[in-house]
Design a protein around this ligand. Structure first.
Ligand code: ADP
Ligand code: MG
Length: 589
């Protein structure tokens, strides 16, 4: 600083070009952000059809064409100006925003970092006009041939901000984000037609004029849609997946508030709470929640990309929405609707599924018929009478087991030498499987089963690419697959311990794991995670009826009754209640 005359720090107002480039950093993170802003504008203009064309993941081109209201000639230059919007006129409007856009900065920000062009024609107008914005430099408005509506083309995103361009991921990854985004728009606006075309290939098509159910079916497949439980009451519209379909993260929880897709921690809590009794705390359900609320009760102006909102009265959600969902889940006979036994895979209606369904329905019927007779009692392994550890040959000492029964197809209640033990069957089995799988993984690889008919799993382009990169690791896990189109894989082998019905679930979880871990990871670290994921899929579930042999095998293998275990997630698997505790509880001391 000494001697450097030029180094005085002076506060200056930024040149608008620079300011816009900085603002762009907030709004325009990647091609999907451009698509988001342009599609929001189309929807705000009441379009009934929105077409999105993308080249090379959007880095080279994003073009959104709508049949909405169009922009008047004199407004065209304003569209690219920062803080120029037709959607707000004074501060009070900020209190009750009913449109998706409102800040008037998206087009300015996008234009600052790309070569942009708008061609637009108002519905009633004779002709259209166009204007270009090249890195923040506006062209004249010129007449142009155009159909009614607006056509916005964004070329060479970040051409003048190379530092940002370097952050762009592969075209497949960027396309994956764009696809996710369009699915959300398509869900939020079932009456609007959407089409996404990438490098000339159609990636998504949703016909205009659909209702929510048919949209869900079109986007997520008939199998999942058919299992969703609908709730419609008091401005709440929800589609809830059965508790047996679980995910390791919140990716398949979709929240929409007044047509806006949002990430929201409070809604996440509300939905998780509704599933609390039916699902273990570390897992997430599949659910779509659409709320229509008075715009004055939320603040949408808290996040640069408008992806989050603030509730003026979050308590209302807990008080009004949560019970509605919980009641719906309780009321539904999910054990029956879940009879397919699958968990998120598609290929519904396969003969195997049906058999399994019948088997379960029968089991359910028998259980109901037997109600009033109390839970079934398994006689113990060991003979009656006073007992010591019953040693059998040289095998590990057998726990001094007296009697066991399976309560509610979920817990094993066991007499043990010094009291009673209650076992969480899923958690315990998971632990057993985890240890076994981890051992096999580090020794060379787990046993695989070859599927007679490959199981097709739809994952989306980006996730397929990710799996492809990890092919060797997956082979070691007993999973072999080949690409099936570019959005799906055909699974040819599965780990022997994982039932086919859980193939899709397993793959999705592994994809999440690989994504979370990034590309370069030490396989040893990954093995723990993989073993964890696989163990969860391989373990018997809560609600699975076990045969006497299965119960005994599980208890014997785990040695659970010798030690108090915890499952791989740290939850306890066994709860021992010693006689002393029982005596104390019953006031017998
Ligand atoms: P905002 O959406 O926050 O108002 P934008 O920068 O996204 O700001 O757009 C600026 C303005 O340009 C909008 O307020 C709207 O009047 C006009 N506009 C942009 N895109 C469209 C479109 N597809 N159809 C009609 N008008 C549009
Ligand atoms: Mg906008």
């Amino acid at each position: 600083m000494i001697g450097k005359t030029k180094s005085r720090h002076v506060i200056r107002v930024l040149d608008p070009h620079v300011a816009n480039k900085i603002a762009a950093g907030e709004v325009v993170e990647r091609p999907a952000s451009v698509v988001k802003e342009l599609v929001e504008n189309a929807l705000d203009a009441h379009a009934t059809r929105v077409e999105v064309h993308v080249e090379r993941g959007g880095a080279r081109l994003v073009r959104v064409v709508d049949d909405g209201s169009g922009i008047a000639r004199e407004d065209l230059p304003l569209a690219f100006l920062p803080h120029a919007t037709s959607k707000l006129s004074d501060v009070d409007d900020l209190e009750s925003i009913a449109t998706l856009g409102f800040r008037g900065e998206a087009l300015a920000s996008i234009g600052a970092v790309s070569q942009a062009r708008i061609v637009s024609r108002e519905r009633a107008a004779e002709a259209g006009f166009e204007i270009a914005d090249e890195g923040g430099v506006l062209s004249e408005v010129r007449a142009a041939a155009a159909a009614p509506g607006t056509d916005v083309t964004i070329r060479n995103l970040f051409f003048n901000t190379p530092a940002r361009a370097r952050f762009l991921r592969s075209a497949r990854t960027e396309l994956g984000h764009i696809e996710d985004l369009l699915r959300c728009f398509a869900l939020a606006f079932p009456e609007v037609g959407f089409r996404l075309v990438h490098d000339g290939e159609e990636r998504l098509r949703a016909a205009p004029g659909e209702d929510r159910r048919s949209r869900l079916r079109a986007l997520y497949g008939r199998e999942l849609e058919g299992r969703l439980l609908a709730v419609r009451e008091n401005g709440v519209e929800a589609y809830l997946g059965p508790p047996s379909v679980t995910r390791p993260n919140a990716r398949d929880l979709h929240f929409f508030v007044n047509g806006r897709y949002v990430r929201d921690r409070i809604l996440l809590r509300v939905v998780k709470d509704a599933y609390r009794d039916a699902m273990h705390g570390g897992r997430y359900p599949v659910a779509f929640l659409f709320l229509e609320v008075d715009p004055a009760t939320i603040d949408v102006n808290v996040h640069p990309a408008k992806a989050e909102i603030r509730w003026r009265d979050p308590q209302w959600l807990h008080a009004a929405v949560a019970p509605l969902l919980a009641r719906a889940l309780r009321g539904a006979d999910l054990s029956v609707s879940d009879a397919g036994g699958g968990s998120g895979g598609h290929a519904g209606g396969q003969p195997g599924d049906r058999e399994e369904g019948v088997r379960r329905a029968m089991a359910d019927f028998m259980r109901r018929a037997a109600e009033g007779h109390g839970p079934r009692v398994y006689e113990g392994e060991a003979p009656e009478g006073p007992r010591q550890g019953v040693a059998q040959g040289a095998s590990p000492p057998e726990p001094p087991l007296l009697g066991v029964f399976q309560a509610h197809d979920s817990w094993l209640v066991c007499e043990v030498e010094d009291g009673i033990a209650i076992v969480d069957q899923h958690a315990l089995h998971e632990r057993v499987q985890y240890d076994r799988i981890l051992k096999r993984l580090s020794e060379g690889g787990v046993d695989a089963q070859r599927l007679l008919v490959p199981e097709e799993v739809e994952l989306g382009a980006a996730d397929c690419a990710l799996l492809e990169e990890s092919k060797d690791l997956l082979a070691r896990c007993g999973i072999a697959f080949s690409p099936f189109g570019d959005r799906s894989v055909a699974v040819e082998t599965l780990p022997a311990v994982v039932p086919r019905a859980r193939a899709a679930d397993l793959l999705r979880d592994l994809v999440d794991l690989l994504r979370a871990r990034g590309g370069a990871v030490d396989p040893r670290t990954l093995f723990h995670d993989v073993a964890d994921t696989m163990a969860c899929k391989a373990a018997v579930r809560f609600g699975d009826r076990l045969s006497r042999e299965e119960v005994m095998a599980l208890l014997r293998e785990s040695g659970a009754l010798d030690r108090a275990f915890v499952c791989p997630h740290g939850r306890p698997t066994v709860w021992r209640i010693p006689f002393a505790e029982l005596r104390r509880r019953f006031g017998r001391t």
